[in-house]
Every structure is written in structure tokens, then in C-alpha cells.
Design a protein around this ligand. Structure first.
Ligand SMILES: C[S@@+](CC[C@H](N)C(=O)[O-])C[C@H]1O[C@@H](n2cnc3c(N)ncnc32)[C@H](O)[C@@H]1O
Length: 247
């Protein structure tokens, strides 16, 4: 794990905008949380300051909220906001929870930062109960004409990204090949930071869906369901998948 990235995520300022739960984002968060029912156990993977947790404990009865994040600063801020939440400080490449434990495993705006996204997906599936649900939301860059900020700074970088992404999407479509392409963002301080410049995983909706299906999960929802081709141009991924029930 790159130390400068962990340092960035340990800056209080980084998390300021995620502290806010108001009219501007409450609708999005309530949509994301729609499948989550009362009386359930929920793990928030890369929880940050637990914005989703704040919404859930207010709006669901008897919900048990757990979170894991690599930023001790974010977890300290989260602990002040949600009494009784169980929050764990560790990289999400290994989730420090028992297998088949949670009714819902959610991750919002975090997978794009994971240096080992495939491992995290494996772990999310492991800790989810059979028949439980995974909810994953993040930016995404499937269409070769769009790319994460780090890869579109110069014409040369854009062209390279177009080539890499076209090859990758062709591999996914024709061979169902999942490579979980990661990129090396520049060194940041909070002063130079702007949204998504700390992207590490070049998120592909097709890839995440394909991998979840390979692991036996059923895709229950993906944004722009009726317009599957258009969804890849939205720079947005919202997937709900069900872990198969034990036979
Ligand atoms: C943009 S914030 C999103 C926080 C929260 N999920 C939300 O929606 O408000 C991304 C979070 O991912 C965390 N993160 C990045 N890489 C991580 C890793 N490998 N393991 C655990 N957390 C990680 C960062 O510390 C940060 O809190």
C-alpha cells in the first residue's frame, strides 16, 4: 500500500465532503441503501467517515452497522458520529470478519481506490451470508473515450488509455477476461488533490459484473438497466448482486 495515498486518506480535509448528509446527497444515499432492510447486519467496506452508516442507523430499525477502512482519521471521525458501530482499521484486501456473517456488504466510492480490487471483491463475497446482497457504487470508466483523471492529462496519455481500454473491453466482451487494471496515481498532498485523482483501480462495470457472475453471484440490479450500452458512458457504477444460497 502506497504510504502517500494512506497519508492523503488520513487528512481530515479529505473527508469533509463525506461528512455531509443533506438534501444534495440524501436521495442518492437512500437509493443506494434501498435494498437494506430493518434488523440486518451491514458491513461498509472502505466506510470512511460512515456517511452511509449515518443514514442507515437513522432510517432502519435495529440495524447493526460495521465498517472497515484503512484511514484511522476517518474512523475516529466516524466513531464520534455513530455510537455503538463496530469499526475496524485495516486494509480491505483482508476483511477482519467471519465468513457468511453479513446480510448486506456495501461499498460506496471506495473500490476505485483499492490496489487489490479482486481480493476485496473475494472478501466481500466471503463475509456475506448465502442469499445476502452486495451493493457496490463507484465511478467507472468503461467507454474508452473516458478515463480516470490521471490518464487524461496529456494527449499522449489519452491515446494510450484509449488503446489500453479498448483492448481490455474487447477481452472482457469476447473472452470474459478480467484483468483488474490498476494505475499509479501521482503523489498527492491534500492541497493538490482534486476528485478522483487518487484513483488506483481503473473501474470497469463490465469487469465487476463479470467477476461477480464468475463467483456465482446473481446481478439483481445495475443502473440504466434498460439501456445497457448507454450505461457505460455514465462514469458511474451501481450494482446489486446476490450471493447464491447454500444448497
Ligand atoms: C472517497 S472515500 C469514500 C468513503 C465512504 N465509503 C463514503 O461513501 O462516504 C474512500 C475511502 O476508501 C478508503 N480506502 C482506500 N483504500 C483502502 C483500502 N485498501 N482498504 C480500506 N480502505 C481503503 C479511504 O481511506 C477512504 O476513507
Amino acid at each position: 500500500m502506497r504510504k502517500d495515498l494512506v497519508d492523503l486518506w488520513n487528512e481530515k480535509e479529505y473527508h469533509q465532503k463525506y461528512l455531509i448528509l443533506d438534501d444534495s446527497n440524501a436521495k442518492t444515499i437512500s437509493d443506494i441503501c434501498k435494498p437494506i432492510t430493518d434488523n440486518s447486519k451491514v458491513l461498509d467496506v472502505g466506510c470512511g467517515v460512515s456517511r452511509t452508516g449515518m443514514y442507515l442507523v437513522k432510517n432502519r430499525k435495529n440495524l447493526k452497522y460495521f465498517g472497515q477502512d484503512i484511514s484511522s482519521t476517518a474512523l475516529k471521525m466516524a466513531k464520534k458520529r455513530i455510537k455503538g458501530a463496530k469499526l475496524v482499521h485495516h486494509s480491505c484486501s483482508k476483511l477482519l470478519f467471519n465468513s457468511n456473517y453479513f446480510d448486506f456488504v456495501i461499498s460506496t466510492y471506495a473500490i476505485e481506490h483499492f490496489s487489490e480490487p479482486k481480493k476485496v471483491l473475494d472478501e466481500m463475497i466471503r463475509v456475506c451470508k448465502p442469499g445476502g446482497k452486495l451493493i457496490i457504487v463507484s465511478p467507472a470508466w468503461d467507454a474508452p473515450v473516458i478515463s480516470p483523471p490521471v490518464l487524461n492529462r496529456t494527449i499522449k496519455k489519452r491515446l494510450k488509455s484509449f488503446y489500453v481500454q479498448s483492448k481490455r473491453q474487447a477481452g472482457l466482451i469476447l473472452l470474459k477476461k478480467t484483468d483488474f487494471h490498476t494505475i499509479d496515481p501521482p503523489k498527492h498532498t491534500i492541497k493538490e488533490y482534486s476528485e478522483d485523482t487518487d484513483t488506483v483501480y481503473h473501474v470497469s462495470i463490465r469487469e465487476v459484473m463479470e467477476y461477480l457472475k464468475k463467483r456465482g453471484c446473481k446481478i439483481e440490479y445495475v443502473h440504466q438497466r434498460r439501456l445497457p450500452l448507454v450505461r457505460y458512458f455514465f462514469r458511474y457504477m451501481h450494482i446489486v448482486a446476490k450471493k447464491p444460497a447454500e444448497r
